[in-house]
Design a protein around this ligand. Sequence first.
Ligand SMILES: O=c1[nH]c(=O)n([C@H]2C[C@H](O)[C@@H](COP(=O)(O)O)O2)cc1CO
Length: 140
Amino acid sequence: MDVFFSGSIRGGRSDVGLYAELVEIIERHGTVLTEHVGVEDIEAKEEAEGLSDADIHDQDVAWLRQADCLVAEVSTPSLGVGYEIARAVEGETPVLCLYRPAADHDLSAMIRGSDAISVLEYETPADVESELEAFVQRHR
Ligand SMILES: O=c1[nH]c(=O)n([C@H]2C[C@H](O)[C@@H](COP(=O)(O)O)O2)cc1CO
């Protein structure tokens, strides 16, 4: 089972450690196509590999098409994450968003207000582990 994990990169990297923990939980149940989202210095690595913005976009859209479901950490707002969520919804790929109410930003109405998107509020990965596992298992 393939999971697309979305998390902020250019929107801000303050939650990168959390992304890595969530990726680790999901990887117990399937393949995370985008585990690079949880890698500390990913932009430097992509640059060293010579990846253009078009390469990044096209690869991510291909992974979105391949994914059985999408899990997004949405506490740090990100244009790229919002774009990936919207494309997943359009493609009828199940979407689970994880949001920490203690974060600096209120969750967008375009996420919380969508019937096609499930939102789980949490404080630490341990709080959300069993529901996250159940979501991933349900969409294998
Ligand atoms: O270098 C990148 N690699 C990459 O895979 N992405 C994708 C995956 C992330 O879920 C999302 C982050 O978007 P943003 O950079 O706008 O915060 O976009 C985004 C970037 C940079 O925009």
